[in-house]
Design a protein around this ligand. Structure first.
Ligand code: SF4
Length: 164
């Protein structure tokens, strides 16, 4: 017997509906723009090594909100399947990493924009990340959007299990 909608299905539907609201998308885009203003001012070194997206090798995890995941997936051409996510887990990277580069650069979530492996970024990146993330969280409260924050591939897997 087929099961009914799960809690995850309901969350995903709510986030997909939320990103149909231009004001919500504008607020997220403003956070991205602010991140880039700070990054431009700090000018961290990036040699496009791709290490930041090879999570297991580099020993870090990328966390995103469900709302951001919905927005990112709405802005890209491709569909992400469960097999894509499992393959990335096996390879220790992100399903969007192509060679050393990000294949969805313009649509990547906030945490991807903020993370730099340049040790000099430790002086400002954590504070900036926390501030922008707090505001991202406030946006959920303001618009009564359910909040969930999880590891990037876990979030992608959640959406892959509920394709449109
Ligand atoms: S979305 Fe792009 S920047 Fe973010 S982890 Fe994946 S490949 Fe890296």
């Amino acid at each position: 017997m087929a099961g009914g909608p799960t809690e995850d299905d309901s969350l995903i539907a709510t986030w997909r509906d939320a990103i149909e609201e231009p004001a919500i998308v504008d607020l997220i885009d403003q956070l991205h723009a602010e991140a880039h203003r700070h990054i431009d001012a700090q000018a961290p070194v990036c040699v496009a090594s791709g290490r930041c997206c090879r999570f297991e090798q580099f020993g870090h995890r990328l966390f995103v909100t469900g709302l951001e995941t919905a927005l990112t997936l709405s802005r890209i051409e491709r569909t992400v399947t469960t097999e894509d996510v499992n393959g990335a887990r096996t390879d220790g990277n992100c399903p969007f990493q192509l060679e050393r580069l990000c294949s969805i650069h313009e649509s990547r979530p906030l945490a991807c924009r903020l993370f730099f492996c340049d040790a000099g970024a430790d002086a400002w990146m954590p504070h900036l990340s926390q501030d922008l993330h707090n505001r991202l969280r406030s946006l959920h409260d303001l618009w009564s959007i359910p909040y969930r924050y999880g590891e990037w591939r876990d979030m992608l897997a959640m959406f892959a299990a509920d394709p449109r």
